[in-house]
Design a binder for this molecule. Structure first.
Ligand code: KG4
Ligand code: ZN
Length: 334
């Protein structure tokens, strides 16, 4: 039976999300209650505040996901939840909600890796063809993951310091832009140019690892210098220059890795894949390469529960279920 219906929950950071997904590919509902405006006041996600809001929102979000999918618990075949990585207090709210639902309705429980979710968001759009390469770029991750088959994740490159989204957020803070900084820099960069030529860190020849902290420091030092000399700060050009460095490295390394591993598809995942310039540059680079490029629509790029349901479908068919002792794991490995 490939038409199982999964109720999925995601609370790893600052979105309280629930979704109903059929057969791993069909979205029946997808509800996301964001806490963005609350955390904006603090310039970042405050873990305790996030947990409290997850608790306040969870029941209503679950009910809405069930309503919009027009299903009852009799229709549901399994309950899936993000087990990690993420903020432990935030994860715990989702894990406990999933356990309560699984116990109350006697349903199997599935613990899902958040990054597997980001990758599988793409499968709600088109079938996977293996081997494939996935570029995962979010607030906590910058990874190149090679997949030979469903559920098989081989890490071939990762960041050695800051994640791409983290660098965006820190540079945005230095530019005194509101949280989260990624979309703000993306917007500003559209009307700027790469006038600063900040460093591009490629690391050793042949390495698919990333490093963004040197770039971040270069931007912050430049801003500091300008403030000391009372020079005006051309935020558009700073944003465009920073972004050009990040994207050059991301696009070139991803392209090299895709060629070397002879993949059929490149799929992009994580919050930073919302970036307009990254999307455009990847499209240019992969055009005519014979490798199909897929980037999910914006609502599937950032955190959501639909992606968790999509990833859980593979585990469902592999019989990879969790017991009611499932625990949140903030540092869960892939
Ligand atoms: O995947 P995500 O929603 O949360 C996790 O980190 O798991 O990613 C959030 C990250 C933040 O760092 C945010 O600034 C970044 O994605 N982001 C962007 C854009 N939209 C979100 N970065 C660059 N350009 C964007 N348009
Ligand atoms: Zn995420």
């Amino acid at each position: 039976e490939h038409n199982e219906i999964i109720l999925a929950i995601e609370t790893s950071c600052d979105e309280t999300a629930a979704a109903v997904v059929q057969g791993g590919t069909e979205l029946l509902s997808n509800v996301v209650a964001t806490q963005m405006d609350i955390h904006q006041k603090f310039g970042g996600v405050v873990p305790e505040v996030a947990s409290r809001h997850h608790i306040e929102q969870m029941t209503a979000v679950l009910e809405q996901a069930m309503d919009e999918a027009d299903v009852t618990f009799d229709d549901i075949d399994a309950v899936a939840v993000t087990q990690g990585p993420g903020l432990v207090g935030a994860l715990l709210v989702g894990v406990n909600a999933a356990k309560a639902v699984a116990y109350a309705h006697d349903l199997p429980l599935i613990g899902v890796h958040h990054i597997a979710g980001h990758i599988y968001a793409n499968r709600l759009q088109q079938p996977f063809e293996f081997p494939l390469l996935s570029l995962v770029v979010s607030g906590g991750h910058t990874e190149l993951i090679y997949m030979n088959e469903h559920g098989d994740y081989q890490l071939i490159g990762e960041t050695r310091d800051d994640a791409a989204g983290e660098a965006y957020d820190k540079v945005a803070k230095a530019l005194e832009l509101p949280y989260p900084g990624g979309p703000q820099i993306d917007q500003l960069a559209q009307s700027g140019e790469d006038t600063y030529q900040f460093p591009r860190s490629y690391l050793e020849e042949g390495s698919y690892d990333f490093s963004f902290s040197g770039l971040k420091t270069a931007v912050i030092n430049k801003l500091h210098q300008k403030r000391q000399k009372n020079e005006p700060i051309d935020r558009e050009n700073v944003a465009a220059s920073f972004q050009a460095s990040v994207i050059d490295v991301l696009v070139n390394k991803t392209y090299q890795a895709a060629l070397e591993h002879n993949v059929k598809q490149l799929i992009v995942a994580g919050g930073v894949s919302a970036n307009q310039s990254l999307r455009a540059r990847l499209q240019e680079k992969f055009e005519g390469s014979g490798i199909e490029l897929y980037i999910p629509p914006l609502y599937l790029c950032t955190d959501n529960a639909a992606m968790i349901g999509a990833a859980a479908s593979i585990q469902y068919h592999q019989g990879d279920f969790a017991g009611l002792d499932l625990n949140a794991n903030p540092g869960l490995m892939m």
